[in-house]
Design a protein around this ligand. Structure first.
Ligand code: UDX
Length: 463
């Protein structure tokens, strides 16, 4: 099948190379001539493990071409995917749909015959209707369908997520669109991924609901971690036990500094906006967002407390800047508010990240960036582990301890087992894990505040 993919960001490029690898003839379109040149040379503008290999292989096989001209891509094409960005608007944080509508207009102007237009960008409910309207008004002479086919890929494992998905969702309003999508995704039947065929609006909402639910799991476990810290519980053990309930599932129960990235923060807010528009309160999602926002500053406070109550004049080394490992993406990374907060509190910040330094430089001022974690941590008063890169999971703790001025480690990803870090002499602060065994346990406040136990009262069991 000949397929056009409009937009070569995360979603577009991954879809483009994967559709080509499945044997289709794919033409990717991007308005940025420099990006097109780079892609033609087999270089990816985004950091994603394995993507350049797939890009080169499919260019060499003649299945994948890249152009700035929609006309070239749409000539004789059966399916055109809209994969452009929907970044939050500065004014109100709502997704900016101008690129989606622009792509719809370009497709309409360039189409040469019957076409299925598929919106893959994450868009609010009803956007497919608007896309349909734009195309109909521009080309009343043409027969076409508009479908929704959301993408559930994660940065860092985007290719695998595309090639062996948990499910594939087709939001269609007519049989032609369903037939085209089924044909295109036929090679993925072998993975056993269920195909959900639904109406377009449901499909648009599925993407938001999935992301909001995952974000909720994270905020939930983060709040459990806060409680663990007070009651001397261990959130990693709690999450493991709770996650073994098959109704809950163990994924996305890693407590940390809060979720970031290009999807969860933006999509949860967009969902709340849709809900508000339709007068349907989504209190659970509101709580998820509020907890995550508050968390960013709580994390900075945690560092300040670990430093003894003040960071004025101290050197704080932040190891890991991206919102998660295996990406260079700094969008909504929790490291940004953490660093700004610590700077306002008077700290000097040094920072290291394996891939995110280029984007970090654009977003953060007054930071000493380093290309090596040990250089970064030399003479530091506190080291903060922000992202669980493999490289940061296997630091030489002896060396780290020797080069720091004071060995205070704030492990916001629970990378290091507490006993290990303490064995190397670190003063460790982590997320929701107890201090060393043998520390004096405080009585729970409820017991302290309760009246003296009468001898004939039922015994209270205290573990
Ligand atoms: C997410 C969704 O997973 C994906 O399906 C969707 O298409 C896009 O948004 P992504 O943003 O790439 O993908 O990253 P993900 O791996 O989901 O992590 C998002 C954030 O949650 C990161 O900041 C990560 O550190 C955090 N997280 C994730 C946790 O804090 N704890 C967890 O248990 C899991």
């Amino acid at each position: 099948m000949k397929v056009a993919v409009i937009g070569t960001g995360y979603v577009g490029l991954v879809a483009g190379v994967c559709f080509a690898d499945m044997g289709n003839r794919v033409v990717c379109v991007d308005t940025n001539a420099a990006t097109v040149e780079k892609l033609r040379a087999g270089r990816s503008p985004i950091y994603e493990p394995g993507i350049e290999e797939l890009l080169r292989r499919n260019i060499a096989a003649g299945r994948l071409t890249v152009t700035t001209q929609a006309r070239e891509a749409l000539d004789g094409t059966e399916a055109a995917f809209i994969c452009v960005g929907t970044p939050p608007r500065d004014s109100d944080g709502e997704p900016d749909l101008s690129l989606v509508y622009g792509a719809a207009k370009d497709i309409a102007n360039a189409m040469t015959g019957p076409l299925t237009v598929v919106v893959k960008s994450t868009v609010p409910v009803g956007t497919g209707d608007a896309v349909e309207e734009i195309i109909r008004r521009t080309r009343p002479d043409m027969s076409f369908s508009v479908a929704s086919n959301p993408e559930f890929l994660r940065e860092g494992s985007a290719l695998a997520d595309f090639q062996s998905p948990d499910r594939i969702v087709f939001g269609v309003e007519d049989a032609k669109a369903e037939e085209t999508l089924r044909k295109l995704y036929l090679p993925l039947r072998a993975t056993g991924a269920p195909q959900i065929v639904t109406r377009r609006r449901t499909s648009e909402l599925i993407k938001y609901a999935a992301n909001a639910f995952l974000a909720t799991k994270i905020s939930f476990i983060n709040e459990m971690a806060d409680l663990c810290e007070k009651v001397e519980g261990d959130v990693t053990e709690l999450a493991a036990a709770v996650g073994l309930d098959s109704r809950i599932g163990g994924a996305f129960l890693r407590a940390g500094p809060g979720y970031g990235g290009s999807c969860f923060p933006k999509d949860t807010c967009a969902l709340l906006h849709t809900a508000q528009e339709y007068g349907v309160p989504l209190r659970v999602v509101e709580g998820t967002v509020a907890a995550n926002n508050a968390r960013k500053h709580r994390m900075a406070q945690k560092v300040i407390e670990a430093a003894g109550g003040s960071v004025i004049g101290m050197k704080i080394a932040v190891l890991g800047l991206t919102f998660k490992p295996d990406t260079d993406d700094m969008r909504d990374a929790p490291s940004i508010p953490l660093i700004r907060h610590l700077q306002r509190a008077g700290a000097e910040i040094a920072a290291y990240d394996p891939q995110g330094l280029r984007q970090a430089r654009d977003r953060l001022g007054n930071v000493a960036f380093h290309g090596d974690p040990y250089e970064c941590a030399a003479d530091a008063d506190v080291v903060v582990l922000m992202t669980e890169w493999n490289e940061l999971r296997s630091l030489d703790l002896g060396r780290l301890h020797r080069i720091m001025r004071t060995p205070v480690m704030v492990d916001l990803r629970n990378i290091y087992p507490p006993e290990l870090a303490r064995r190397f002499g670190f003063r460790l602060v982590n997320i929701g894990r107890p201090g060393p065994r043998g520390t004096v346990h405080q009585l729970p406040p409820a017991l302290v505040a309760s009246p003296p136990i009468q001898s004939d009262a039922a015994p209270i069991l205290v573990k």
